[in-house]
Design a protein around this ligand. Structure first.
Ligand code: NAI
Ligand code: MG
Length: 506
């Protein structure tokens, strides 16, 4: 795909035009428009050893806002997985390890700058392929992806300071399997630390959103990385399973469902492969009576409707202290009524399309279970487009701890609300889950923040805010939410062998 200058023709709505026009006149057209992309019709290829090659078969990726196919991409079979792992090994044992660390850093800085320069193109492509609102891909996904690469570029020649007294060494070839909810951002989360620490990579994007990772592959070439340092294999679960089980891989980094995470862990039992798994979540979002209610309501909205709720750390279980429950629920409903659901490429859109028909089915199934099990369902009044994958913002009240909508990850715009009386009750209910990825606490009292956040068994906890991310901050889970951390020093260590003492320290 190539860029062309933004057309000066009048703004033309792209996805689903007539039925998606929720926001009438009064707003200027967004500069983000599919017309800045010229999606070519040639099937996308795999990046192996610096060459773009064909796969074993092909598949289409759709725009979930319309259901229309937007591009064809290659599915990597066992032969291509072998070739990619071999290319990564050659690069690791050759040019990449011979390169001074500062030069590795320069390549990463160059990649981050190229990404910034082409951020608009990436944002449009991300929204087209995955359905997320352009406001999010433009203001969050792409800038954060660049921030991760910048942050790690700076570490490349300072790794001795990341592990004082040790002689950190790279692990070798890292297999990285990423999901569809933050396709480019997860690619950056995985690639940046792996490359900064001197590993080589075979990256597998998710099958519903392969396009931005492939475009990133073009930038990696443009930045001047030696061939084979980054290999990109598109494909579905089978490609991921073949890659994870490949004997030539030294480290696996996976983000996705708990079920697949467990399968990978089983397949690795007894092997020397290192791994980090970032899996599902069911975050408790706790509001105490002394919180700033209006800010908290904004936090709840952001916590559950950001990226259509396709967020592993989404605040999907809301716990409200009894005295403010009626007020919070009333304000929440009023705020939900103002959310704009529709065309992801419209800059006014708050909630875009559900990523795939399969994910929509999962959400529908769990919402039906919530109703059948006796919780009370309320949905926003938004009219949903007729074509494509959509789900209205949804609240459940009258939930109990045993309901499936409280226990299972829905990964959609669906919030399960419960009440509590005391901090102890909130903590007990919040921890009563197989997951432990994230949580949120809203209160005016600093001491309560420390007490409650200290008692929650979750890897990331926000206080009086939600869904804030920074490359220097480690992210990861407890229990079935996974193993290991990404970001910060902990994230660097996950790509390093730290078992070598520095002679000066021993
Ligand atoms: P998934 O776990 O199947 O997909 C994630 C990635 O793993 C994709 O790249 C996929 O191709 C790959 N994959 C699938 N099977 C594999 C295998 N056996 N070995 C290696 N790689 C494999 O997730 P899916 O089916 O798309 O979504 C199901 C549920 O998982 C969602 O409803 C959500 O609850 C959860 N999920 C959680 C994510 C997170 O950020 N923690 C991301 C995506 C899904
Ligand atoms: Mg797609």
């Amino acid at each position: 795909m190539t860029t062309k200058r933004k057309s000066t023709k009048p703004h033309r709505r792209t996805a689903n035009a007539p039925e998606n026009s929720f926001v009438a006149g009064g707003f200027a057209p967004a500069p983000e428009d599919a017309s800045i992309l010229r999606l070519d019709t040639k099937p996308r290829r795999l990046l192996i050893g610096g060459k773009w090659v064909a796969g074993a078969s092909t598949r289409e990726t759709i725009n979930p806002a319309t259901g229309e196919p937007i591009a064809t991409f290659a599915i990597a079979g066992p032969k291509q997985v072998d070739a990619a792992v071999a290319a990564a090994r050659r690069a690791y044992e050759g040019e990449w390890s011979a390169l001074p660390a500062a030069e590795r850093g320069k390549l990463l800085f160059r990649l981050a700058r190229l990404l910034q320069e082409r951020s608009r193109e990436f944002a449009v492509l991300e929204s087209l392929d995955g359905g997320k609102p352009i406001r999010e891909s433009r203001d969050i996904d792409i800038p954060l992806a660049a921030a991760h690469i910048f942050h790690h570029a700076g570490w490349a020649d300072k790794l001795d300071y990341a592990a004082p007294g040790r002689r950190p060494r790279p692990l070798g070839v890292a297999a990285q399997i990423i999901p569809w909810n933050f396709p480019l951002l997860m690619a950056a989360w995985k690639l940046a630390p792996a490359l900064a620490t001197g590993n080589t990579v075979v990256l597998k994007p998710a099958e519903t959103t392969p396009l931005t990772a492939l475009l990133l592959g073009q930038l990696i070439e443009e930045a001047g990385f030696p061939p084979g340092v980054v290999n990109i294999l598109t494909g579905a679960g089978q490609t991921g399973a073949t890659l994870a089980a490949h004997p030539g891989v030294d480290k696996i980094a996976f983000t996705g469902s708990t079920a697949v995470g467990k399968a990978i862990q089983r397949a690795l039992a007894g092997s020397q492969k290192r791994y980090t798994l970032e899996l599902g979540g069911k975050a408790a979002h706790i509001l105490f009576e002394d919180c700033a209610i209006d800010q908290a309501v904004e936090g709840i909205i952001n916590g559950i409707f950001f990226n259509q709720g396709h967020v592993c750390c989404a605040g999907s279980r809301l716990f409200v202290q009894e005295g403010i429950a009626d007020t919070v629920i009333r304000k929440l409903k009023r705020r939900i009524e103002t959310l704009v659901v529709g065309d992801p490429l419209d800059k006014n859109t708050d909630i875009g399309a559900i990523n795939s028909p399969e994910q929509l089915e999962r959400i529908q199934e769990l919402v039906a279970a919530g109703k059948a099990e006796g919780a009370e369902c309320w949905q926003g009044p938004q009219t949903l487009p007729r074509r494509g994958c959509w789900f209205a913002p949804t609240l459940f009240t009258g939930c109990s701890q045993s309901h499936r909508i409280v226990r299972e990850e829905i990964f959609g715009p669906v919030l399960a609300i419960q009440t509590f009386r005391t901090p102890a009750e909130a903590i007990e209910k919040a921890n009563n889950t197989p997951f432990g990825l994230s949580g949120g606490v809203w209160t005016d009292k600093g001491a309560k923040i420390f007490k409650v956040t200290g008692a929650l068994r979750a890897g990331v906890i926000w206080a009086n805010t939600f869904n804030k991310f920074d490359p220097s901050s480690p992210f990861g889970g407890y229990k079935e939410s996974g193993i290991g951390r990404e970001g910060g020093l902990h994230g660097l260590h996950a790509y390093l062998d730290l078992h070598h003492q520095s002679p000066t320290m021993s």
